[in-house]
Ligand binder design. Structure first.
Ligand SMILES: [Zn+2]
Length: 100
């Protein structure tokens, strides 16, 4: 691809530009949502993301700021059903309503 062709597609050099925790390193390619760049996150991770999403603030890190939900978290108060296995409080309320 020629330089002139790249300019015609609005491709410009964003290297060393910072948005939030991400610093642009190098152009990767064009995807369905525009230019993809390789970014360095403040945490040290690197990844290729859509420039547009980073500029809009839709992506501010490599993902290190979103804490995954604990695998053992139970969304309802732990209630044991008639078989001794935990059931949701909603399910238990339905069982009690049937019994009444
Ligand atoms: Zn990170």
């Amino acid at each position: 691809m020629s330089i002139a062709h790249e300019r015609s597609r609005g491709l410009r050099d964003w290297s060393d530009q910072r948005w939030r925790s991400l610093v642009a390193l190098s152009y990767v390619c064009h995807g369905k949502d525009g230019a993809r760049w390789r970014f360095q996150c403040d945490c040290g991770h690197r990844g290729a993301y859509y420039l547009r999403q980073v500029q809009r603030g839709e992506r501010t890190t490599c993902g290190c700021d979103t804490k995954p939900a604990p695998a053992t978290a139970w969304p309802f108060p732990r209630v044991l059903g008639s078989d001794g296995r935990p059931v949701s409080s909603v399910h238990r309320a339905a069982l009690l309503a049937q019994a009444a």
